[in-house]
Design a protein around this ligand. Sequence first.
Ligand SMILES: CC(C)(COP(=O)(O)OP(=O)(O)OC[C@H]1O[C@@H](n2cnc3c(N)ncnc32)[C@H](O)[C@@H]1OP(=O)(O)O)[C@@H](O)C(=O)NCCC(=O)NCCS
Length: 159
Amino acid sequence: MFAKLVMIVTDENITLRHMREEDISLVLEIERKSFPYPFGEVLIGNIYYGAPELCFIIEEESNIVGFLLCGYTATLKQAHILSFAIRPDCRGRGFGKKILDYSLEKMRILGYSSIKLEVQVDNENAISLYEELGFKKVSKIRKYYQDNSDAFLMIMDFD
Ligand SMILES: CC(C)(COP(=O)(O)OP(=O)(O)OC[C@H]1O[C@@H](n2cnc3c(N)ncnc32)[C@H](O)[C@@H]1OP(=O)(O)O)[C@@H](O)C(=O)NCCC(=O)NCCS
């Protein structure tokens, strides 16, 4: 069991915390509303049980509004953002930036030296958010997604 890091509750009644097992069904619901080829329950469960210390939740008034799930590459001390979404009716209100910022800080404290992710090349909202928080486009991965669309590989180094 990992040592849980302190949760944050802001003045606006927003809570940032680690994911718990009982969150899986709501995470899955947001995942399904957010991606054309969503991860299924088994994969979300595997990601969570594989590295619960790298799975994060954001709540407003105790309702889950988004999540960010990562895995890790032990040899590289690199974490990998595997899925990240905010409930469609809650987007554009700063939740995405808050949970990404929080997750990056927790991963920095855990000793990761870099974070990587893949993002669809036309996902301008996500790309500008990642760039704002320090990620850089490293390469383009052709036909990365099931519909044959391309991804950018983006990496952020903590030093
Ligand atoms: C990407 C996503 C997580 C962003 O969450 P969000 O809560 O809507 O984002 P925020 O309100 O915190 O906005 C943060 C930044 O994102 C960018 N952004 C968000 N919405 C935007 C929009 N409509 N137009 C342009 N930029 C936008 C901006 O850089 C913004 O920063 P700013 O407010 O300083 O301009 C959300 O849109 C989402 O769930 N999308 C579907 C799933 C997805 O694409 N996930 C990423 C997979 S790699």
